[in-house]
Design a protein around this ligand. Structure first.
Ligand SMILES: Cc1ncc(C[n+]2csc(CCOP(=O)(O)OP(=O)(O)O)c2C)c(N)n1
Ligand SMILES: [Mg+2]
Length: 310
């Protein structure tokens, strides 16, 4: 969680300073979701994200340097610099891709899950989506099809209460989305998305159910993003129902501080260990950034080389 946080904070600063050409959608504050889910996954699983997917990628074990290089448009990036922050891919770690068309990858995850089933593997698919994405029709077709075909997959809804600048109560008659799982007879769990242990335990059950033929699960993890919709700003001025007080309250539920405090209180972890971990991670992030900054851009003539994958 800390690696993801430090990496995203670096991206925020770099974007503010004009070093990154395209928008970056940050998930600082939401780290427990991707980390808790990924704990039960293996590299042959098939994970899909969307526009806010740095954490989904990194939590699978993908390299921070690859993310930085991709975001900077460098040849060493996960997509050879052709995608940027919103088109991430690292199949070696099970990340089958993110696409900024909201909800588009949900159906791809259903397809990947169906393939896993037809191949008689015990691999699972994961679709990460937001409370805004669930308003797209394709999600409802996906839920229905996943249930009817008993597809081994997990729908992970990161309900951060916002779609761009619109608060959930301005868009939906309920502030929870799990009712859509109920409508499709998919088992659902609504959990505190800032509690990594709760995410981990819920995801472990869901993944185990999918691997053993039990079909799909819907996990709604309620959380909050600390930055605004895109880039480094906090969006207090433009966010409907996004006051400074809300942000302060949600920061008090910081998933990283919560885990650290719990582990220190129970004697599993010391503040010295914590300081050492943070120092090591800061070094790692700094080195990854410096390397990515120095890496080459892709050659101009390579532009069309990877439009279609072999
Ligand atoms: C099909 C489509 N419609 C609209 C947009 C513009 N858009 C980008 S992100 C976003 C909000 C998505 O909200 P949510 O799914 O809750 O994800 P979050 O940003 O909260 O992580 C919108 C409307 C888009 N990229 N694609
Ligand atoms: Mg949202």
């Amino acid at each position: 969680m800390l690696r993801i946080r430090l990496a995203e904070n670096r991206l925020a600063t770099a974007r503010r300073d004009g070093l990154i050409g395209g928008p970056v959608h940050l998930s600082v504050g939401q780290e427990a979701v991707a980390v808790g889910v990924s704990r039960s996954l293996r590299s042959s699983d098939r994970v899909f994200g969307a526009h806010r997917s740095h954490a989904h990628l990194l939590a699978l074990g993908s390299s921070v340097h690859g993310l930085f290089a991709e975001t900077l448009g460098k040849d060493t990036g996960h997509c050879r610099g052709m995608g940027g922050s919103m088109h991430l891919w690292d199949q070696s770690n099970g990340f089958y891709g993110s696409v900024p068309i909201v909800a588009a990858t949900v159906a791809l995850a259903v397809g990947a899950g169906l393939a896993a089933k037809l191949q008689k593997s015990s691999d699972v698919a994961v679709a990460y989506l937001g409370d805004g994405a669930i308003e797209e029709g394709i999600v409802h077709e996906s839920l229905n099809f996943a249930r009817i075909q008993d597809i081994p997959m997990i729908f992970v809804i990161e309900n951060n209460l916002f779609a761009s600048h619109m608060y959930i109560s301005t868009r939906q008659p309920s502030d929870l989305t799990a009712r859509f799982a109920e409508a499709n007879r998919i088992p659902a769990a609504v959990i505190d998305g800032n509690d990594v242990v709760s995410v981990m335990e819920t995801a472990a059950q869901a993944v185990s159910r999918a691997r053993t033929g039990g079909g799909p699960t819907f996990i709604e993890a309620v959380t909050y993003r600390w930055y605004g919709h895109v880039d480094w700003r906090d969006d207090i001025d433009v966010g409907v129902n996004r006051s400074q007080a809300d942000v302060v309250n949600w920061k008090a539920r910081d998933p990283i501080a919560r885990l650290r405090d719990a582990m220190v209180t129970k004697g599993y972890w010391s503040l010295d260990q914590d300081a050492e971990l943070e120092a090591n991670l800061k070094n790692e992030i700094q080195e990854a950034w410096e390397r990515a900054m120095q890496d080459p851009y892709p050659a101009e003539e390579s532009l069309l080389n990877r439009v279609y994958a072999k």
